[in-house]
Design a protein around this ligand. Structure first.
Ligand SMILES: *C/C=C(C)/C=C/C=C(C)/C=C/C1=C(C)CCCC1(C)C
Length: 245
């Protein structure tokens, strides 16, 4: 009888020069490690910061599970795991919007602020998915609509209601809010670059054939883990302040 395992290999075989596959594996491991870190540190903080740390851990954990699948998908088909990618984003990016709300609650942030950001992020991602997977011929147009939703998010947190609340909160909350704003402005701008590198359009070729997955994977590691660490730093500073008092 033929050995089932020779016809159906259980472990992926990656070429030594498969740098895209490499970033999927490292990304997966980094997300797992970050999740363990956030979950295990959770109980050392004041009650009111625990939810924020929990959400940081959920963001990296959801990503870890999707990276597990994307890593496999890539090693099996050498194709972009676009579907898993966007399922991951549509769960984790709204959770990042929740993080803004959670830290601004001390200044009286309302859930309407959170829902507005969540709505904008879903518009940004759904239009991006359509451009990347459904209507690639018009990728630039979908990317433009997605980009507009992205800019409204940037406006809201940098100059809109969220900014006002952060100023009212002051101190380390304002500082953390500012750092998260930079993540959204600079860190999230990595994604449209990946999109332009991987979809047809007038911009084709300007990124020299760099694989969109490498760009997205680097973006995810910076944004998901970095975002969580900013929240972690805020919780640390606020908890030691209460302990001193
Ligand atoms: C953890 C995942 C994160 C933070 C993903 C963020 C994704 C974006 C900011 C994507 C933005 C896009 C545009 C602004 C235009 C082109 C299409 C997208 C969806 C790549």
């Amino acid at each position: 009888m033929e050995n089932l395992f020779t016809s159906l290999p259980m472990v992926a075989q990656l070429a030594t020069d498969d740098y895209v596959g490499f970033t999927f594996f490292v990304g997966c491991m980094a997300m797992m490690a970050a999740s363990a870190f956030f979950f295990l540190s959770m109980n050392s903080f004041d009650r009111k910061w625990r939810t924020s740390i929990l959400v940081s851990g959920l963001i990296t954990f959801i990503a870890a599970v999707h990276y597990w699948y994307m890593r496999d998908y890539w090693s099996g088909f050498e194709e972009s795991p676009t579907f898993f990618r966007y399922v991951d984003w549509v769960l984790t990016v709204p959770l990042m919007c929740v993080e803004f709300f959670l830290i601004l609650r001390v200044a009286g942030a309302k859930t309407s602020l959170m829902w507005r950001l969540i709505f904008l992020s879903v518009v940004m991602l759904v239009t991006g998915y359509i451009g990347e997977a459904v209507d690639r011929d018009n990728a630039w147009l979908w990317g433009l609509v997605s980009g507009i939703a992205y800019f409204v998010i940037v406006y809201d947190i940098w100059l809109g209601k969220a900014k006002k609340l952060a100023v009212e909160a002051g101190g380390s909350v304002l500082q953390a809010h500012k750092t998260l704003c930079w993540f959204v402005l600079v860190g999230w701008a990595i994604y449209p670059i990946g999109y332009m590198a991987g979809t047809p359009g007038w911009y084709e070729g300007i990124f020299g054939g760099l694989d969109l997955n490498v760009i997205y994977n680097i973006g995810d590691a910076i944004n998901k883990i970095g975002f969580g660490l900013v929240i972690y730093g805020l919780a640390v500073s606020q908890t030691s302040k209460t302990a001193e008092a």
